[in-house]
Design a protein around this ligand. Sequence first.
Ligand SMILES: C[S@@+](CC[C@H](N)C(=O)[O-])C[C@H]1O[C@@H](n2cnc3c(N)ncnc32)[C@H](O)[C@@H]1O
Length: 234
Amino acid sequence: MGHDVEPAGSGPHVRVPLPAEEGLPAECVSPTDGGRAGGPGSHGKRSMAEMNPISRAFVNAFSDRRGRRRYAWVSANLLLPPGAACLEIGCGNGGMAARLVDGLRPSRYIATDLDPRQLEAARRYLAKRYPGGMPPALALEAGDMLRLQFPDGAFDAVFAFTSIHHASPSHHDFSKVPEALTEIDRVLRRGGWLVYEEIVHRQKIAAWLRDHGYTVRAHRKRWTHEAVIAQKPG
Ligand SMILES: C[S@@+](CC[C@H](N)C(=O)[O-])C[C@H]1O[C@@H](n2cnc3c(N)ncnc32)[C@H](O)[C@@H]1O
């Protein structure tokens, strides 16, 4: 798939220490979640940490309240450069994509998910939210965080809200997460931002980012959730 995504410039931030604690998973994790063979579209050959129907309903049903909170924090802490190109990984029902596109006005925002059922949920949600048609900046695509279909350095910002831990077939298994982080790092331009929220592997993800020269610019811990804005070295 040919993608022409131009990253924009960089912006000022304040240094915040890296998160220290590793917490326990709460949201969209269940004993039946891990280890099943995924079957979504062209990306379905690999095993993925699918959500079970309860998790899926939870993720889709509470997205508005959660989305408001997330958006308030991200918009207060992230200054996107004009003309920014953004990627979202594991976009779920597309709620955050819509909020970020409407609020931060990037020139391009590609929301991706591996699961075709989630992409369908996102299509439905976005069709309701934008009865006159989606904003031109916003695109919805199938995408596997372990094999992103985008060129190196294509994005100014990558967003991943409780999706990185889905890289491994089981949520408690960290083994595939570094591969996902390597892919995210590959498509992020130098000086670009990784904005993520996680409930699992938080300390290990933070250590990976630190080892790869990232600086945490903003950090918020809330119950089991940790939100981070980390900047790739320039
Ligand atoms: C816990 S849900 C989070 C959804 C959304 N970001 C939110 O916060 O509401 C995790 C999402 O990651 C997606 N996912 C799982 N494995 C993936 C992969 N390898 N690549 C991209 N997305 C994946 C799932 O389909 C699901 O939509």
